[in-house]
Write a protein that binds this ligand. Structure first.
Ligand SMILES: [Zn+2]
Length: 58
């Protein structure tokens, strides 16, 4: 997937909830690329989410 280049005519920019462009994707790599972003980035979050204590794993 590192060498993957999106089809020039069948790809588009994905934006986060703030309208900030994240990366260019196509059907083939969309899921893979969006996996690296936190869900809150993609769907947006409220101030309540931000104030929540961070749980540490382990
Ligand atoms: Zn692609």
């Amino acid at each position: 997937m590192q060498d993957h280049i999106c089809d020039r005519y069948n790809s588009w920019w994905e934006y986060d909830a703030q309208g900030i462009p994240l990366c260019r994707v196509c059907d083939k790599c969309r899921a893979h690329k969006l996996k690296q972003y936190r869900p809150e980035i993609l769907r947006g979050y409220s101030q309540d989410d931000v104030d929540e204590p961070i749980e540490e794993e382990g």
